[in-house]
Design a protein around this ligand. Structure first.
Ligand SMILES: Cc1cc2nc3c(=O)[nH]c(=O)nc-3n(C[C@H](O)[C@H](O)[C@H](O)COP(=O)(O)OP(=O)(O)OC[C@H]3O[C@@H](n4cnc5c(N)ncnc54)[C@H](O)[C@@H]3O)c2cc1C
Length: 599
């Protein structure tokens, strides 16, 4: 592995590394007709990126709902004296990492900089994040200076000091750490069982998922790398800190190539920027977002898909069909070009041929329609394998309950909000709460009237295996959320506006062996569809909006010819087959070489 790190670094710094790609790019190509299944943020990002790169192609976006945007829904509601914004899905974005940079680059491409709203890293919301355990709010340390007090006096920190010692002393366990165990198994074995509770709160916040079943390897790839490469998390971190003295960082190869691509795009737009009179302000807004803790837009996250839709609708190469349910897809050998036949409508009333399909719909749904028995299509072994893997990606239901109270200062503390870990006693959380966001503190500038705005998230993995009739109705959800707010925060005031929305099957759960399954899936897709079917979206490699934007961009780039048939899973900006076969590789790279100068 060590030599691989060195080898990869050598290649990254070698001139002419892109020559193979150039060779394929210069081969004459037929115009592609690409169907993008799903008009959520992933599908819209893929379409936007394909057009931005000037591919000679036609694109058709097929979306089953009447609107585009998928889970992203921002809605203004009337309240006495003005309007407030309720986010019914994603509410804020983070600028960190390669995915964060991809989103900022997309925002620049869309010209949305002036719509950005940011919350700085020293704001109360950034510094004050809480966990509710066992019956009170505990503030998480936001700096090293706050760590000793937290470690010594908080019950939630139990096991942390012992955990660091264990991490140094315990040998590598190939049966657990080498075998993609759950997050809970790796944390209890390597660090300390008591720490599983704290990590469960983090996973409630991102995946609404269960620490006992989510895959450590898929959720924390960098920590997994530290354990495998250096024999422990702390050892890996120390090694990285030492390398930083020599101006080097160890990062996933994917991230490095993504950042390099973003720099190239930024440089390529230099002339266009020079002619833009507002460019200084736009660049300053992007820089502020890059430095921020979180950010959104003046009219909510939905401004992002809305702007993409607006630009796509203006382009004559793009067709957008809403209310269009895709009901089956299969390889089409009849046309001689080996494209795909897509059927639409509940009974497959309409059918069309496409040279390529980019699927951004949930993998379970794709599994159903790829090999639809309904239309009497023969299923070979590869199809069975693909279907089984796609359908193993479970999802969870989440109820989002938004409140607005006219009273100011209803909250006992200021901050971003709090998460509820799994060991918070059942009597303190009978509602199956995952966390509460203090929206009015987290980000200002979206509402036209002041008040206290909160969002309560309920359900997630707690509702696994609940039948449809057992799930709460929206009015039950509101009562549950209000009783939770009353018990945890002492808020008994009457809200002036309330909205509860059940999000069914909204967040994919990457269970143990997720990454190995993705490797098998990639191979099966290559063999069966030979680069005609590409997968992207939250089902595969990250559930955050920025991860989805990045996967849409990857799918767009994977449409280019590369050595072997691409699938959207793992190719990204990787150039050689060796890299593609091992997409989780890490590389050591000079920070200077990365030129962290975007924007
Ligand atoms: C409650 C909640 C809160 C969240 N909060 C955050 C947050 O704060 N920050 C963050 O970064 N992320 C957050 N996320 C995650 C993020 O919003 C999603 O992962 C992301 O929006 C998924 O985008 P997507 O395009 O991959 O999928 P989707 O949004 O699911 O889009 C897929 C589209 O495909 C369509 N479709 C499905 N089947 C078919 C078919 N057969 N034919 C045609 N069309 C079909 C669907 O209608 C949908 O529009 C949150 C998610 C939820 C649910």
């Amino acid at each position: 592995m060590y030599s691989r790190v060195k080898y990869a670094r050598w290649r990254l710094l070698t001139p002419g590394y892109g020559s193979l790609r150039c060779y394929f790019a210069t081969q004459p190509q037929k115009e592609k007709h690409i169907a993008i299944l799903g008009g959520g943020i992933t599908g819209l990002s893929a379409a936007t990126d394909i057009l931005a790169r000037g591919e000679p192609c036609r694109i058709t976006i097929l979306e089953s709902q009447a609107r585009l945007g998928g889970w992203i829904t921002s809605e203004f509601v009337d309240v006495p004296g003005g309007k407030v914004l309720f986010e019914k899905g994603c509410r804020t974005l983070r600028p960190a990492g390669a995915s964060g940079l991809t989103t900022l680059s997309m925002i620049h491409h869309l010209g949305l900089e002036e719509e950005l709203l940011t919350s700085s890293k020293d704001s109360a919301a950034a510094r004050n994040r809480y966990v509710y355990y066992p019956d009170r709010l505990i503030r998480m340390p936001s700096s090293f200076a706050e760590l000793p007090k937290f470690l010594l006096f908080e019950p939630l920190a139990k096991g942390m000091i012992a955990g660091v010692l264990n991490d140094f002393l315990k040998p590598y366990r190939s049966d657990i750490e080498g075998n993609d165990a759950s997050v809970a198994d790796v944390i209890s074995n390597r660090l300390h069982p008591a720490l599983v509770n704290l990590v469960s709160a983090v996973l409630h916040g991102i995946y609404a998922g269960n620490v006992q079943t989510l895959s450590f390897n898929a959720i924390f790839p960098q920590l997994d790398y530290y354990i495998k490469q250096h024999g422990g998390i702390a050892r890996g971190m120390l090694y990285n800190m030492r390398r930083a003295w020599y101006d080097e960082v160890v990062l996933p190869l994917h991230d490095v190539l993504t950042m390099q691509q973003i720099m190239r795009d930024w440089d390529a737009r230099r002339d266009r920027r020079a002619q833009d009179h507002c460019m200084e302000e736009r660049t300053a807004a992007l820089q502020e977002a890059k430095r921020s803790s979180i950010y959104s837009f003046k009219k909510g996250i939905q401004q992002l898909p809305d702007r993409m839709e607006e630009l796509l609708r203006r382009d004559p190469r793009v067709g957008i069909e809403t209310g269009c349910l895709v009901s089956s897809i299969h390889a089409d050998e009849t046309q001689g070009f080996g494209g795909l036949l897509v059927r639409m409508g509940a009974n497959g009333e309409t059918e069309r041929h496409y040279t390529h399909v980019v699927s951004t719909i949930p993998s379970t749904r794709l599994g159903e329609i790829l090999c639809s028995d309904h239309f009497d299509i023969d299923m070979d072994e590869a199809s069975h394998e693909i279907k089984t893997i796609l359908q193993l990606n479970r999802t969870v239901n989440v109820m989002v309950v938004n409140f607005w109270f006219s009273e100011l200062d209803l909250l006992p503390v200021k901050g971003f909000g709090y998460l509820i870990p799994k060991e918070t006693p059942a009597g303190q959380n009978p509602e199956c709460g995952l966390g509460v966001i203090f929206d009015s503190d987290a980000l200002q500038g979206q509402d036209t009237v002041q008040g206290t705005k909160l969002t309560v998230m309920l359900g997630g993995h707690y509702w696994d295996n609940w039948s449809e009739k057992d799930l709460p109705s929206t009015s039950d959800g509101i009562s549950k959320a209000r009783s939770l707010l009353s018990r945890h925060l002492g808020i008994t005031a009457e809200p002036m506006a309330t909205c509860a929305t059940m999000r069914r099957n909204c967040i994919p759960q990457y269970g143990t062996h997720h990454l190995s399954r993705m490797r098998i899936l990639r191979q099966a897709l290559q063999d069966k569809y030979k680069g005609r079917l590409l997968l992207a979206g939250s089902s595969y490699d990250g559930v955050g909006v920025s991860d989805c934007i990045r996967s849409g961009v990857y799918a767009s780039h994977s449409l280019d010819s590369i050595p072997k048939a691409s699938t959207g899973l793992g190719e990204g900006f990787l150039k050689s087959q060796t890299d593609i076969d091992d997409p989780g590789a890490f590389v050591s790279v000079s920070q200077r070489h990365l030129r962290w100068n975007f924007p």
